[in-house]
Design a protein around this ligand. Structure first.
Ligand code: 5GP
Ligand code: MG
Ligand code: MG
Length: 178
């Protein structure tokens, strides 16, 4: 185990089983719809690439990067699009792939933005959900794990851009912050 990790919250095996389960559910949901699957960079990249390989239907992929202004530990709700889609979402069934929903402010902006571009539907799949910290009324349509209010890293999630490549999801040692 990486020395900065205090505790593994979700193992590689647990994540992989959950991603397969979500892949089956989403394959049924989007059969015949050629969905546009959107990865919210950078944290959702490992989840997205594993998930689409568990989806057994035709689909398209695109990527978006957003930044949320405010204190570094909290979303402000003011979101800026740093990299926009290359694909038009008009009349498309859009599936937004997120790593984690915390306050929900980033995602609520994004869903609103995509709906206003006249997508046929906009739904969200998140690997992790921290419902305790929600600041807006937003529920993911599909969710992997509900987790407690702790700062987690790994499988795409970073602290100061580190730990994204850990194959599991873990809680950081407090000493790393100080
Ligand atoms: P929200 O707008 O829902 O508050 O912010 C969601 C974003 O905050 C996530 O996409 C992620 O970048 C970051 N975030 C929220 N909670 C955590 C966490 O526990 N660990 C990490 N590494 N990032 C988090
Ligand atoms: Mg994210
Ligand atoms: Mg981050």
């Amino acid at each position: 185990m990486e020395k900065d990790i205090e505790k593994i919250l979700l193992s590689e095996e647990e994540i992989s089983a959950k991603v397969s389960e979500l892949g089956s559910i989403l394959s049924e949901e989007y059969a015949g719809k050629n969905p546009l699957v959107i990865c919210v960079l950078r944290g959702a990249a490992p989840f997205m690439t594993d998930l689409v390989r568990r989806m057994t239907i035709p689909l398209e992929m695109d990527f978006m990067a957003v930044s949320s202004y405010g204190k570094s530990t909290q979303s402000s709700g003011i979101v800026r699009i740093m990299k926009d889609l290359d694909t038009s979402v008009e009349d498309r069934h859009v599936l937004v792939v997120e790593d984690i929903i915390d306050s929900g402010l980033t995602l609520s902006y994004l869903v609103d933005n995509l709906e206003r571009r006249n997508a046929a539907s906009v739904k969200v799949v998140t690997l992790l959900d921290k419902p305790a910290r929600r600041a807006v009324d937003l529920k993911p349509h599909f969710s992997g794990f509900q987790i407690p209010d702790a700062f987690v890293v790994g499988y795409g999630l970073d602290y100061a851009e580190k730990y994204r490549n850990l194959p599991y999801i873990g809680i950081l040692k407090p000493s790393v912050y100080s």
